[in-house]
Design a protein around this ligand. Sequence first.
Ligand code: GAR
Length: 218
Amino acid sequence: MKRRVAILISGRGSNMAALIRAAMAEDFPAEIAVVISNRADAGGLEKARGCGIPTLTIESKPFGKDRAAFEAVLQSALEEHRIDLICLGGFMRLFTGEFVQRWYGRMLNIHPSLLPAFPGLDPHGQALGAGVKISGATVHFVIPETDAGPILMQGAVAVRDDDTPDTLAARILEIEHRIYPHALRLVASGMIRIEGDICKVEGSLGSGDTLISPAPTS
Ligand code: GAR
């Protein structure tokens, strides 16, 4: 039985689109059952509908700081759609500890940096400001702290001297679209084990790939 996934978005939903595309494969172990936005103007809603995925908007603004009240409505929607797993895709709203606890091990997020470096806002500006030579994207299980939690998968790119936050973001976004579907596949097929703060992949031998940046000249 395919795991039923809700994707939560607040904006353009390009990661959502990558997950929807991947889940169209017959052998993919999860199906995207619903896309939920906390903003009616999220561009991703239209894209999801175009792919025939049911969508729902639960505006968070009217709830103000009352996160629990927003989450109560969200939780009923998730139950109504019999959701097994949540994927956050640029969902710009913090959760209460209770909600995170309830979904622990079943809620994934993607963040455009090699966590634990550069969580929060403007990760690309943070990376360029720190002068790192390699950055990337991370898929992780959600815990109460923002952009933290057991790491499922990461992908890296070289940072160039002439990068701006926008050029770096564009290269990392391509990596995001590649790793998020793989990470969801692993979770949905039960190949992930969480041991404390560490996430391990069943039977994974890792990869021998090395990324050295800047590339050595001799
Ligand atoms: C993505 O780059 C995602 O990694 C980031 O928001 C963007 C959403 O784009 N998420 C975070 O920064 C979480 N802290 P998308 O709507 O096109 O998927």
